[in-house]
Design a binder for this molecule. Structure first.
Ligand code: DGY
Length: 323
């Protein structure tokens, strides 16, 4: 039997070649823009398996229209775009791409932090705009990172790699907020667990890494933003909805923060009229955490291997289950 696999965007060839070599019938979404909800249904309704993107929403209503579907292999570690409960009830397996993108996303988090701390975007724009007239002893004054306190929200794998870099390179003390104590953080980074309130009050840098769930949606709102330290930096490379973006936008006029780095926004892409785009020391990247060649190739292959494992009847490599 030939299984039909729908891939909702062009992904690195390695995963496609892997599936092709095993004889799957592959259909790749032809556009560089993602399918809308109706287009998504008509594109995947005939598929036995899907390689999906984090921008494809597999809601209860959409899943209801896909009775043939056996497996969704999500090209991301986050899987908040998939209704896991409905998948479980309908016996649709779900997999994701943990580990292979950890280093890339940790590196991007560090890039955002350094860019904000040294006003990198305003500085490069100044040169590009022909405004570099002389050396300026008071221009583009950043903030140092050495021994600053790093507060991690969501102490998972990506957070660990990012915190390790900050701890080793900048001697940062690490504190964290999470559901339970994390021995990796405590043993290797001498990190201390604390309440969110305490963490926000003590951190010079707050970096968000938790998954988006009903508990973490809008976790950082007006109260939390107000309780951050003067001159601190907020970084989010997890999901935009963890921050109440409306509250963040309203806080900007009188913010005490030194700067903000966001790889994720709500919605994505960010609205063109968002005030976040007007503030000098906010660096926003278009959700590129996993975007290096090593990670994207490994994600492509892992997605394909999960699909093949399912149809071969062997254990899935990285199954997502309800915790
Ligand atoms: C993912 O894969 O979920 C992350 O957003 C990577 O940036």
């Amino acid at each position: 039997m030939t299984y039909k696999i729908a891939i909702t965007r062009q992904i690195p060839e390695i995963g496609i070649e892997y599936l092709a070599s095993k004889g799957y019938d592959i259909n790749i979404w032809p556009s560089t823009l993602p399918p809308g909800p109706e287009e998504l249904v008509s594109f995947v309704e005939d598929a036995d398996g899907i390689i999906s993107m984090l921008s494809d929403q597999f809601s209860k209503d959409i899943l209801k229209k896909l009775p043939k579907l056996k497996i969704i292999s999500n090209f991301a570690v986050g899987h908040n775009n998939i209704n896991l409960l409905t998948c479980t009830r309908n016996s649709v397996k779900v997999t994701n791409t943990p580990d292979v993108l950890t280093e890339a996303t940790a590196e991007l988090t560090l890039t955002l932090l350094l860019s904000v701390a040294r006003k990198m975007i305003t500085a490069t724009k100044n040169v590009e705009n022909g405004e570099w007239k002389s050396w300026n002893p008071t221009g583009f004054i950043g903030t140092g990172l050495k021994r600053k306190t790093l507060g991690i929200i969501g102490p998972g794998r990506i957070a660990f790699e990012f915190a390790k870099k900050c701890h080793l390179a900048f001697e940062m003390p690490i504190i964290y907020y999470g559901r339970r104590p994390k021995s990796s953080f405590e043993e290797h980074l001498n990190a201390k667990q604390m309440s969110l309130k305490q963490l926000l009050a003590e951190s010079d840098i707050v970096s968000i890494h938790c998954p988006l769930t009903s508990e973490t949606k809008n976790l950082i709102g007006a109260t939390e933003l107000n309780s951050m330290k003067d001159g601190s930096i907020l970084i989010n490379t997890a999901r935009g909805e963890v921050i109440n973006q409306n509250d963040l936008e309203l806080s900007l006029k009188k913010t005490q923060l030194f700067g903000i780095g966001l790889d994720v926004t709500a919605p994505e892409p960010i609205r063109h009229d968002s005030p976040l785009l007007k503030y000098e020391n906010i660096v926003i990247t278009p959700h590129i955490g996993s975007a290096n060649k090593e990670a994207r190739n490994a994600m492509s292959l892992l997605c394909a291997e999960n699909i093949d494992a399912y149809f071969q009847g062997t254990p899935l490599l990285t199954e997502v289950t309800i915790s």
